[in-house]
Design a protein around this ligand. Structure first.
Ligand SMILES: C[S@@+](CC[C@H](N)C(=O)[O-])C[C@H]1O[C@@H](n2cnc3c(N)ncnc32)[C@H](O)[C@@H]1O
Length: 326
């Protein structure tokens, strides 16, 4: 029984579906623009420039899915707006920011307000549409340029990977939803993290040690999991474009992988904590009081500090996937 349980945390993604930042942590503070979106600027410009030339007479709709507090997307948006304004001063630009219902929309609203003040552009409109990005959430045929960075690693459904190792429908669901929302000829960029087995093993081992030391029970172990999937292969990402191209009406224009140093200068454990804590809290709270949950979490993250004390960053890859609506 024990070896099977040991894989519970990493392999069996069950029970918890929501992603939620722990807002009082010095969070992952999603200011990962330089790491995630800036390197894609030329790629986006190359295709979007021609599109803009033929869409001068209508508002331009930009969208970011899973925007969190907007810190990664807004600097990118600044570039896009500046770019559009160079050729078109009077075109309305409508920006939609999405995240799931548990997001801190107050923080996002504050950031939007500051951004609009800084941009001082009366034709720049910004709105928020909360919702599950794996479902259709923006109006049909509305998007001209869509972005989604570091989101689709969060699974939408509880999935037991033991049984569904090779089938995770989320990527396909995501593409079906975007296909409905994108205008003909429009573009979408998704940046998808691809992580290391070593890091997940450490996170898993340290959690399992709490069980070995009787700090948590078998039930806690079963209740606590994090629904992320960070091992997508290039073939998996390409699959829908090749196998269901007609049905989706989407064409893959670019896919590549680049290495990044995640959480460098940010504190590895506090960054991990910002996205792991909520899942732990939810799992452990099923059988324990708040105070106990807090203590167990503190112990877990202190142990992680020890394990990562020599690490300066986490090595991960980002897959940049650019596609177009036919
Ligand atoms: C790691 S953060 C990335 C935030 C931002 N895109 C960035 O690049 O900095 C992941 C974000 O995805 C959001 N998210 C997770 N699952 C989602 C879903 N099904 N629909 C919409 N947003 C989701 C989370 O709430 C969170 O804000």
């Amino acid at each position: 029984m024990r070896p099977a349980l040991k894989t519970c945390f990493v392999v069996n993604y069950i029970a918890i579906m929501e992603y939620k930042m722990k807002v009082d942590e010095p969070s992952l503070s999603m200011d990962n623009y330089h790491l995630i979106l800036e390197p894609c600027w030329e790629l986006v410009c190359k295709v979007f420039d021609n599109y803009l030339d033929t869409h001068m007479d209508c508002p331009i709709n930009l969208a970011d899915f899973g925007t969190c507090e907007g810190q990664t997307f807004l600097p990118f948006l600044k570039l896009v707006v500046g770019h559009i304004r160079r050729s078109s001063k009077l075109q309305e630009i409508v920006v939609t920011l999405n995240d799931q219902y548990t997001n801190d929309f107050n923080a996002l609203t504050r950031n939007i307000k500051a951004f609009q003040r800084e941009m001082d552009d009366p034709l720049l409109r910004m709105c928020i549409i909360p919702g599950n990005a794996y479902r259709h959430c923006l109006p049909n045929s509305s998007i001209d340029l869509g972005i989604c960075s570091f989101v689709v690693q969060w699974l939408s459904e509880p999935i037991n990977l033991d049984k569904h190792l090779f089938y995770i429908p989320d990527w396909m669901d995501f593409l079906i939803a975007r296909s409905m929302e994108m205008k003909k000829g429009s573009f979408f960029l998704a940046n998808i993290p691809i992580g290391s087995q070593e890091v997940l093993s450490i996170l898993n081992d340290v959690f399992h040690q709490l069980y070995e030391k009787n700090t948590i029970t078998e039930e806690d172990l079963r209740n606590t999991s994090i629904p992320i999937y960070i091992f997508r292969t290039e073939d998996e990402l390409k699959g829908p474009f090749e196998e269901r191209r007609e049905e989706l009406g989407l064409q893959l224009l670019h896919i590549s992988r680049r290495p990044v140093k995640l959480y460098e200068h940010k504190g590895i454990v506090s960054s991990l904590k910002s996205w792991m804590y909520y899942s732990f809290e939810t799992g452990l709270s099923k059988t324990r009081r708040t105070q106990e949950v807090q203590e167990i979490c503190d112990t877990y993250f202190q142990n992680l500090e020890h394990r990562f004390s020599d690490w300066k960053w986490l090595d991960v890859f980002i897959a940049d996937v650019l596609f177009q609506k036919l």
